[in-house]
Design a protein around this ligand. Sequence first.
Ligand SMILES: *[C@@H]1O[C@H](CO)[C@@H](O)[C@H](O)[C@H]1NC(C)=O
Ligand SMILES: *[C@@H]1O[C@H](CO)[C@@H](O)[C@H](O)[C@H]1NC(C)=O
Ligand SMILES: *[C@@H]1O[C@H](CO)[C@@H](O)[C@H](O)[C@H]1NC(C)=O
Length: 270
Amino acid sequence: MHAQLWCLCLAVVSVIADDVLVDDCILTGGDKKSSAEQALLRTLAPLQNRKFETSSKEGEDAYVYTFVMCGRVNSSKSTNEGLVQSKVGSSETSVIGRINDTHILSGTDWIMLFYKSGDKYDGHCDKEPRKAMVMISCNKNTLGDGFTIISEERNKSRDCFYLFEMDSSLACPPEESHLSVGSILLIVFAVLLAVYIIGGFIYQRFVVGAKGIEQFPNITFWQEFGNLVADGCDFVCRSRPRSSETAYRGVGDDQLGEEPEERDDHLLPM
Ligand SMILES: *[C@@H]1O[C@H](CO)[C@@H](O)[C@H](O)[C@H]1NC(C)=O
Ligand SMILES: *[C@@H]1O[C@H](CO)[C@@H](O)[C@H](O)[C@H]1NC(C)=O
Ligand SMILES: *[C@@H]1O[C@H](CO)[C@@H](O)[C@H](O)[C@H]1NC(C)=O
């Protein structure tokens, strides 16, 4: 009962947490929110409030563009700026897009985020509000990086836009779990080993009529093999000859008498 309540509580908390993101990035389309768009915003949740910057030059002027993923560029302002252009060396800024007018769509390995309702153009584009488009491409190696401006289209009489791109693993398609060649080989080997041992056991027990340890298939071969491996290891790994162990034996009164005899034994064959 307690566990169930706890689960319910967690579920409610996580739903509320999701809604925070959805409410920060307010989707266009009024109160009828698209569930596909909300799901996409939830996909981007790990990047929420992350700030990205890029700069561009236009003749003499340099601009810095600041983009915040579903968050405000200046969190102490309540005017919903999500992407802001500021002129370097001046206090001039233009809001390119606001998070309270968000539109989002996706394909196999990309997500496109729109912030609309920016500041109005002064002379271009029929003085419509500015609009930002951020193309997020799949890149497994980063959560979010490589934010750059591609182009500013304002030579049309309407539907102008600022186009940006960035990389994120969140835009990647969900991974299908394939087994690597190595793990397939390992599984095949394990199966063959099991067949060998079980089949061998059955053969030894019921056809040959072996008992006890003798039921193990090719037991003499494996024992020989084990001895060979042990010898090989002894030869390769041991740093000093085995016989020298005797030199370190504690010298007790009772051993003193035996020693000469042992030495004689060694000398005999020579
Ligand atoms: C953020 O907005 C506040 C209030 O408008 C302003 O005083 C402050 O300078 C702004 N901060 C930045 C970094 O622009
Ligand atoms: C978004 O917020 C700005 C500033 O608060 C406001 O002027 C504008 O009307 C809002 N846009 C929408 C679509 O709600
Ligand atoms: C808009 O026109 C200007 C010159 O008129 C040109 O330099 C610029 O590249 C054009 N921009 C686009 C996005 O086509």
